[in-house]
Ligand binder design. Structure first.
Ligand SMILES: NC(=O)c1ccc[n+]([C@@H]2O[C@H](COP(=O)([O-])OP(=O)(O)OC[C@H]3O[C@@H](n4cnc5c(N)ncnc54)[C@H](OP(=O)(O)O)[C@@H]3O)[C@@H](O)[C@H]2O)c1
Length: 354
């Protein structure tokens, strides 16, 4: 009888221990999910890139002394790339059309870094003038001897409905964002394959993966870049020293809206709006530099809800269509009501004031 009682006590204490262990396991799993969801809610880049921020190579150690050629260096993301790279001790080639602005960026870089005058080359170029790119490449190599990193950043967006937009605008977007970038890459690539080393970074966009209204041509040009560089990366597997990276930012503070194409060539945007709600340029650029230092091949950089859009488009496209349609409908309604299309995600449509 006593033996039976002891056995019963042992069994019940084992059961309660099992119960405890199982509960702990469930609690741990639940806690893990909650922590990951909280991290995701506040994340501003994909998890690979955020992992590299904490545990990966530091740009300070990897980019010092490198020769980096930046297109679109006269404003926005390109200007900030120049400033941060200068502080890291990278030598720079600054390109865009406006020479005066490039000189301003150069002065700013020199003031905030230990670089010397000869460490920064201002090399104005028009991405549309593809015939001039070979000579620009020669000038760059003549000055520095080699190019370690090309950052294809120059480009323009679009703010217009497809039904209202001239085909010439679509052609201009492809000429600039796609062919201009391809042309620059083709100039630099033989130099990199000959040396067996180099990095080509291209600033694509969230719309290089997703679709978004008012930017049918822009989105198409960035999709084209994604296709081009994904294929090129695979083509270069015999050159393990060459890294092809694409960066897909969501909305970032810059001059991009003011410079956007509209329905007709030469027609400026009506409302550029306040850019403050967008990601800070400095944060976006720091993440890009971490990505370059860690040879990350694709970087998703965006605050929520845009980061969620990346994950949905990648892993659950059917949900992505519903999500994009929900946001997109609002964007079109607000655009038609005369509001800035980007800010429109976060505001209510207002009737147009005459
Ligand atoms: N800001 C965002 O929200 C965002 C999001 C995703 C992707 N992006 C991409 O980021 C890149 C940089 O844009 P940003 O936001 O920094 O805009 P931005 O401030 O307007 O800068 C665009 C740059 O491109 C240059 N550019 C324009 N047309 C050119 C041409 N024909 N030849 C050479 N350079 C030209 C401009 O210089 P000049 O006028 O002096 O030539 C300027 O330096 C673009 O590729 C854009 O698509 C931006």
């Amino acid at each position: 009888m006593v033996q039976l009682h002891v056995k019963g006590v042992v069994r019940s204490s084992r059961q309660s221990m099992d119960f405890c262990a199982t509960s702990l396991l469930y609690f741990g799993a639940l806690l893990y999910v909650i922590v990951q969801l909280a991290r995701f809610a506040f994340a501003d880049a994909d998890f690979t890139l955020l992992w590299a921020v904490v545990f990966g190579n530091k740009p300070e150690n990897k980019l010092q002394g490198k020769v980096v050629w930046i297109t679109g260096a006269s404003s926005g993301i390109g200007e900030e790339l120049a400033c941060q790279l200068a502080r890291l001790g990278a030598r720079l080639i600054l390109s865009a059309r406006r020479e005066g602005e490039l000189e301003r960026v150069k002065r700013c870089c020199l003031e905030r870094s230990n670089l010397q005058e000869k460490d920064i080359l201002v090399l104005p170029l028009d991405l549309l003038d593809r015939g001039s790119h070979e000579a620009k490449m020669k000038s760059a190599v003549q000055h520095f001897g080699n190019i370690d990193v090309l950052i294809n950043n120059g480009g323009r967006t679009q703010r217009s409905l497809c039904l209202d937009t001239n085909v010439e605008v679509y052609q201009a977007l492809m000429d600039l964002n796609y062919l201009g970038t391809v042309s620059m890459t083709k100039q630099v690539l033989p130099h990199m394959t000959e040396r067996g080393t180099g990095v080509v970074v291209t600033i694509s966009s969230v719309v290089g993966m997703a679709g978004v209204p008012l930017a049918t041509g822009y989105s198409a040009s960035k999709h084209a870049l994604q296709g081009f560089f994904n294929s090129l990366r695979t083509e270069l597997t015999d050159y393990p020293g060459i890294t092809i990276s694409t960066v897909l930012p969501g909305p970032v503070q810059s001059q991009i809206v003011q410079n956007a194409f509209t329905e007709q060539l030469g027609k400026p945007v009506a409302t550029a709006g306040d850019q403050q709600h967008k990601m800070q340029t400095s944060r976006c650029v720091r993440l890009i530099l971490v990505g370059i230092a860690n040879q990350i091949q694709e970087m998703w950089i965006a605050q929520q809800p845009f980061l969620l859009a990346f994950y949905l488009w990648q892993y659950a496209p059917t949900w992505a269509w519903a999500f994009t349609n929900f946001l997109g409908r609002k964007r079109v309604q607000n655009f038609k009501a005369g509001l800035d299309a980007d800010l429109a995600y976060f505001t209510k449509p207002k009737p147009k004031t005459s």
